[in-house]
Design a protein around this ligand. Sequence first.
Ligand code: G3P
Ligand code: CA
Length: 277
Amino acid sequence: MQLLQERRPLLIGHRGCSALAPENTIPSFEHALQAGVDLVEFDYRHSADGVPIVFHDDTLERTTDAIARWGGRRTRVSDHTAAEIQELDAGAWFAPRFAGTRVPTLLDALEFICGRGGTALIEHKSGEAQTLVELLRSTGFLNRVVVISFDWQFLRGVHALEPAIVIGALGDPLRLADGRTPQGLAVPLLQKLSPEWLDLMNDTGARVAVWHREITPEAVRLAHKRGLKVWIYTVDDATTATELIAMGVNGIITNDPSDLRLTIDAGVVRTHRLPRS
Ligand code: G3P
Ligand code: CA
């Protein structure tokens, strides 16, 4: 994948452009593409009937009208079919002008993003590897996506089924490539990216370490030495982005790519904003 060869830091839209549009929806992806992102990040999980749909939380109430429509207090994505979930409004909670926005399926998201020449950063939240690999093969977008997960055992499954898929190990992980949890290890690991984490990431097939902001210049150097790129989530201020770029990180994942675009391009801190007229 050409993006992994770039020397400049990559700009990655988190849940699309979730500062300006309802997260994980087509309007959010459209904003992100208009902002000129290198990759559009989004989350997917399986519905009750096994359809991969684009959704972050394991319950529906924060970002849809599920409670207003169906009653109750909490309702899980995995208890509803894709058709039921797609009846919901996933935009009005964010702003009235997004009313009527639907929850996309993973296929909808890929067709929209990759169909417009974009690259998708697909974060797995639930569902087994086989379904994802088959879907990616059927779309022909295998080389236009990067697959990431906090579940490193899932990543190992994807890599075994289809080594051509570019994988990013998301950390710190919930589950390691051998199925253990980090808490189950004899020596507890710190959250910071460390040589131990890089060792454990080895058999996931990862080409990218996707880490939170617990990062050091030494860790970035070590990751690079092992041939890994380092992408950091979630960064919404220019100062932090500039510090991370100075450390040598290769990608910044942000909720507002339109705001960080100039910083990433210039590699400079904007010390002040122009007053609004
Ligand atoms: O891009 C990685 C980041 O999205 C992981 O956290 O909770 O926002 O999916 P979360
Ligand atoms: Ca995510």
